[in-house]
Design a protein around this ligand. Structure first.
Ligand SMILES: [Zn+2]
Length: 366
């Protein structure tokens, strides 16, 4: 049995499965399987290599009687790793007296887990200490957790997928770059001059369907602005949904760049806005009529009303400011400075007094 399996080792990687065994060769059940450990999952094809391997394995097969099946080498690898952590190869521990303690610690860790250090401490009458204890327990916990996760089907599947993706990426890159190195390349008489690289795929925007998990109201909106700069002003806001739509023009305080004007068709002349040469009502124009009670009674002049409307305030906003903080409220909103330090409307006490007196007269005397 062992003899046959050893001989199969020099045939199996070359996709010759006549001496393979069902217990480990998956190709017997499914001839379309891929080699998980060979480049690109492809079988070996070098005849000379196969012959060389055969001569090696024939010798081993002749001594099959002296060999016994040890199963997986994983346990061995795991122990090797522990040793490498406690006696790193770059340090010369072979001549050190500490080597046997190091190896002993590895054996204890492999058999007992990280808490072995606590037992050792207790045995030599040393208190393990709070942090030593806590760390040992934590390490054992992490170990058990990792092991439990690594054994799940999902984890193994993901590991397989990552591996095949990696292989696929490598294969593609090799095709794109051509051969960049091969053994003995310096000895070749006519080294390949194929150094042209196929460019990598350029990123294409892809259409992606958005799936709604809950019932939502879809609102689609768009804004137009005076330009593409970060401090551009908005000139138009539109939104639509199945419940209706809105469309608002806003008189910007900045000039519209020629490019933006060309794209949006929006232009400003004085305080009038035009969309595709048709005059439209801007937000300022919508606010201005609300201020007529003030202008009619000559509380403020129309220029001030314009400025108030242009800053986005209506009559009701002023009224609200007065209701909230009286004369001070009016003063505060009118003299508020924007990011550029520009006063919103005015600092004039006369105007503030006039407006607040007006609101005061509206209020029924208490
Ligand atoms: Zn096989």
């Amino acid at each position: 049995m062992i003899k046959q399996s050893i001989l199969a080792l020099c045939d199996h990687p070359f996709r010759q499965h006549q001496s393979c065994n069902n217990s480990w060769c998956k190709f017997l059940d499914n001839p379309n399987e891929k080699f998980s450990s060979l480049p690109h999952g492809k079988p070996l094809s070098d005849g000379a290599l196969q012959n060389a391997l055969r001569s090696v394995f024939t010798t081993y097969a002749g001594n099959a009687g002296k060999l016994s099946s040890l199963g997986s080498t994983q346990q061995n690898e795991s122990f090797n790793r522990i040793v490498a952590s406690k006696a790193p190869k770059q340090q010369h521990y072979s001549s050190s007296g500490s080597l046997k303690f190091r190896i002993a610690a590895c054996v204890a860790q492999k058999n007992e887990g990280n808490k072995f250090i606590l037992d050792v401490n207790k045995n030599i009458s040393v208190s393990p200490g709070y942090f030593t204890q806590r760390l040992a327990v934590l390490r054992d916990l992490q170990h058990r957790k990792r092991k439990a996760i690594a054994n799940t089907y999902k984890f193994k599947q993901r590991r397989r997928n990552l591996k095949s993706t990696r292989h696929q990426k490598l294969a593609t890159k090799e095709v794109r770059e051509g051969v960049t190195y091969s053994s003995g390349i310096g000895l070749e008489d006519h080294p390949s001059d194929d150094i042209e690289e196929i460019p990598s795929p350029s990123l294409q925007p892809a259409y992606k369907m958005i799936e709604w998990t809950t019932k939502v109201n879809q609102i689609f909106f768009d804004i137009e602005a005076t330009g593409l700069a970060r401090n551009s002003h908005i000139t138009q806001i539109s939104a639509t949904s199945d419940k209706g739509s809105i469309n608002t023009y806003v008189l910007p305080k900045k000039p519209i760049t020629p490019k933006a004007q060309e794209i949006t068709g929006i232009k400003v002349e004085g305080s009038k806005m035009f969309c595709n040469d048709k005059e439209v009502k801007s937000k300022t124009k919508l606010l201005l009529p609300t201020l007529t009670p003030l202008t009619e009674k000559k509380i403020i002049i129309s220029r001030t009303a314009n400025v108030i409307a242009a800053s986005g305030m209506s009559f009701s906003h002023l009224l609200l400011s007065y209701a909230r903080d009286g004369r001070q409220g009016i003063e505060d909103v009118l003299k508020e400075e924007d990011v550029n330090g520009k006063v919103r409307v005015t600092k004039s006490k006369k105007i503030v007094d006039a407006i607040s007196d007006f609101f005061k007269s509206l209020k029924p005397e208490a």
